[in-house]
Ligand binder design. Structure first.
Ligand code: AMP
Length: 416
């Protein structure tokens, strides 16, 4: 038997219904913030991700699905959303006429070759959004507020936003130097990956999954001690805005995030101190790195699958419809035509309708009524149909009424 690939799963049944509900809440919220929907291709030139995410990152070194297509092109399956959106932004030269910020949101599958475990898959969904064109701290606050409100609207009231600042290029460089000096004498106690990271990007050592628990990590230099005055002021201003907007946040001086392109604000959403439900930050240099002009940007990505798990673990119930409105039963072959046109009529009028398409006995059809949890059932019977009448039964109260066929839609409209 051919089975699904490790780290992937099928979406169907109640899970599909739950996701549709969550999608709608998120899309409606994005509309309120005036973000437009975007979907980029699942595969792109490998260079796009390698350059933007960073050659030295775990993601590019170990996690991307890279392959050559039949035309010998180097292709990568999308491991995250920002790079593709920046490619779109550049390809369409949207930087040319930036009188207003460009704001988009996405809901896309991502692919990373990671070790699958609870909340970590190889194919997973991220819902995220990006805002291009503003370097004002108000855009940082807007993005954080959109992320925060998304979790709260879904019912996760207790989320906290962990925030940190990496500062501008000058601050980041000073911090990098400090980290290098700090870790150099300890190089032998670091894992093989970190031994490489120390030269390529020492910030990565701080979120190493292997060395994270070491004592030397606790005393490592903190980004905020290396912020220049301007970066420090900017970070303070952001916190004032978050206070004003009543957003629950906590300073996390160790937070650096796994991708290379962040500067100034980086943030993560956590619940009860468990794994991150989402993360984001400012990426002012990214558009330039990918060959465009200097355009500031800030964005966020929600781990959609993890958020669904968190809803379940925290007892938040997602309303899903597990019933149908009407089941049409027929007594014999001769009522089948009526059943066919009537289901069409009911469905077009907005009622979830079923009838038997397996040729079951009447007894079998009654069993289906219960399995489908139908609110109303109608037994089509020629004896009544000759007078243009049908018998409709409320499946809960078991009350029956004989009504004119032409009155059926009005009857259901009135009763449901
Ligand atoms: P990142 O793009 O790595 O910053 O991730 C943003 C969010 O996506 C994380 O906070 C997770 O909630 C989620 N995420 C990242 N990797 C995975 C994965 N392999 N499986 C499921 N969710 C993930």
């Amino acid at each position: 038997m051919i089975t699904k690939q490790k780290g992937t799963y099928d979406i169907y049944g109640d899970l599909a219904k739950k996701r549709a509900y969550v999608d709608e809440i998120l899309a409606t919220l994005c509309e309120k913030y005036n973000y437009g929907y975007i979907e980029t291709p699942v595969f792109e030139a490998s260079e796009l991700f390698h350059r933007s995410v960073g050659e030295a990152t775990d993601m590019v070194q170990k996690e991307t699905y890279d392959f050559k297509d039949r035309g010998e092109r180097n292709i990568t399956l999308r491991p995250e959303g920002t790079a593709g959106v920046v490619r779109w932004f550049l390809e369409n030269k949207l930087y040319g006429n930036l009188t207003d910020p460009v704001k988009v949101f996405y809901n896309m599958k991502m692919y990373r070759y990671e070790r699958p475990q609870n909340g970590r898959n190889r194919e997973f969904t991220q819902w995220g959004f990006e805002c291009f064109g503003s370097d004002d701290v108000m855009s940082d606050a807007e993005v954080i507020s959109l992320a925060y409100n998304a979790y709260r609207l879904l019912g996760l009231d207790d989320v906290t936003i962990k925030i940190n600042s990496l500062g501008d290029t000058e601050s980041r460089t000073a911090y990098r130097e400090a980290l290098l000096e700090y870790f150099k004498p300890h190089i032998d106690s670091l894992c093989e990956d970190c031994k490489e990271r120390i030269h390529k990007n020492p910030l990565r050592i701080l979120d190493c999954k292997v060395d994270g628990h070491l004592d030397i990590m606790k005393n490592a230099p903190k980004t905020i001690d290396y912020l220049n005055d301007q970066s420090k002021k900017r970070f303070e201003r952001l916190q004032e805005l978050l206070d004003l907007m009543d957003i629950k946040y906590a300073l996390d001086t160790k937070l650096v995030r796994g991708l290379d392109y962040y500067n100034h604000i980086v943030f993560e959403v956590v619940l009860n101190d468990s794994y991150a439900l989402g993360g984001g930050g400012r990426y002012n240099g990214l558009v330039e790195t990918l060959g465009g002009p200097s355009v500031p940007g800030v964005g966020f990505a929600m781990g959609y699958d993890r958020t669904l798990l968190a809803l379940e673990e925290n007892g938040v119930t997602i309303p899903i419809n597990d019933s149908i409105d009407v089941y049409l039963l027929y007594v014999s072959e001769s009522e089948k035509e009526t059943a066919s046109y009537l289901t069409q009529e009911l469905r077009l009028n907005g009622f979830i309708t079923e009838t038997d398409i397996l040729g079951k006995s009447l007894k079998g059809q009654f069993k289906s009524v219960d399995r489908y949890n139908a609110k109303y059932l109608i037994v089509l019977n020629d004896e009544k149909l000759v007078n243009n009448e049908i018998v409709i039964k409320d499946n809960k109260t078991k009350e029956e009424e004989t009504i004119k066929l032409n009155d059926l839609i009005d009857y259901l409209d009135m009763h449901m």
